[in-house]
Design a protein around this ligand. Sequence first.
Ligand code: ADQ
Length: 489
Amino acid sequence: QYMQNGRPPIQRLLVVANRLPVSANRRGEDSWALEVSVGGLVSALLGINEFETRWIGWAGVNVPDEIGQKSLTLALAEKRCIPVFLDEEIVHQYYNGYCNNILWPLFHYLGLPQEDRLATTRSFQSQFDAYRRANQMFADVVNEHYEDGDVVWCHDYHLMFLPQCLKEHNINMKVGWFLHTPFPSSEIHRTLPSRSELLKSVLAADLVGFHTYDYARHFVSACTRILGLEGTPDGVEDHGKLTRVAAFPIGIDSDRFIRALELPQVRNDIQQLKERFAGRKVMLGVDRLDMIKGIPQKILAFEKFLEENPNWRDKVVLIQIAVPTRTDVPEYQKLTCQVHEIVGRINGRFGTLTAVPIHHLDRSLDFHALCALYAVTDVALVTSLRDGMNLVSYEYVACQASKKGVLILSEFAGAAQSLGAGAILVNPWNITEVAASIGYALNMPADEREKRHHHNFMHVTTHTSQEWAETFVSELNDTVVEAQLRTKQ
Ligand code: ADQ
């Protein structure tokens, strides 16, 4: 067990997520361009040094030929990534179908697909079968690379079947599962035709984690009401076997944002933005263009604010950055059109020859441009209809050390539990309330801004993504040790 120098060996952490943190583009038969995408999860895991991390996931490309699969596997190995190869049909049924069309909306309280019920019901079973098959393919890759003592951390709603597949193969594997979205009330979850199978599979894990205590409670209620199991303060018990269930709120790598503000390029961007918007207050929204983010509701609230406050019309601008996602899905195309239409109407109503009230950008910003924008903003508007946590609110707070801007935050984002005392909390469905909060935020005196910001800044800089990852993995190790002790007794 111990290496020659007397220190315990470094434990390996196998992180399994639908997507690898690397996107692959084919350049030739056996040549690949790899681009690392630094998201919340990647930076969280880059920061933990006590484990040797390997990523297992889909590279986002269809590679049907053996030469391509071999060469991509070699190229990814240099980034400590191991690919799972999924063909187009399975991606369509598992990823676009079951994950994005069924689980994603349901977990965000948007219900199961309504249109053409019969078609949905017929395809439901085939999508669910594909979901199971895809999860088994992830499990096969994990099993192939697993070594005794490794910790396996499964991520998100794409992989709810994975814990069971892994434990069926090796009951001693240490398996944790973490959900990045909300877990809905058991009354919502019970509408899902495959409700029991998914719960049972997740319960095969040793540790199950959520962003908030409420989501954990909903999960335990679903297990007690749907499966008839016993909920305990520690989790869910099934014939003496305990699955530990707990809240592990994610954070961000706040230092990365704070350091970026000192870079010459970012300082330059900040200066330019200040000059560009001199004399006006800047409000900001940064979201993926997804129905859960409440972008139309946010813009309608801004319209109401401008309607009721003519004196602010040429003194405030809303910058909405919306990264298009899932662009091949009709609902998302509809959402894009809806947002464009509302923005066009408002700019037509309240714009002048020299200024428009809303700058709407359908694209992603690079990290440095995003930091500069966060830093110059007076008010950030996060109006998610539901959101597991919402990292944009954290990133905004991290970049506001000098300006001490105000965060308007949906009470339906997990972040409301952690940043609620410093933010102005709103119900995003209540457009009148959000409009009034915009007025309150724009007029807030400096001492109140300072106090609110201080509260949130302390939270964001102390509850970091690294701490989140370390806590989850060490809790997983402890849970397994405790379970072994219990069975010995
Ligand atoms: P997301 O739904 O993607 O994540 P969020 O937590 O806000 O939501 O993270 C988005 C990330 O993408 C942020 O780091 C942000 O900077 C970046 N981003 C968003 N829009 C951008 C834009 N226009 N340009 C550039 N960057 C942009 C899911 C859940 C969340 C949960 C996270 C982590 O839905 O609730 O907080 O996982 O668990």
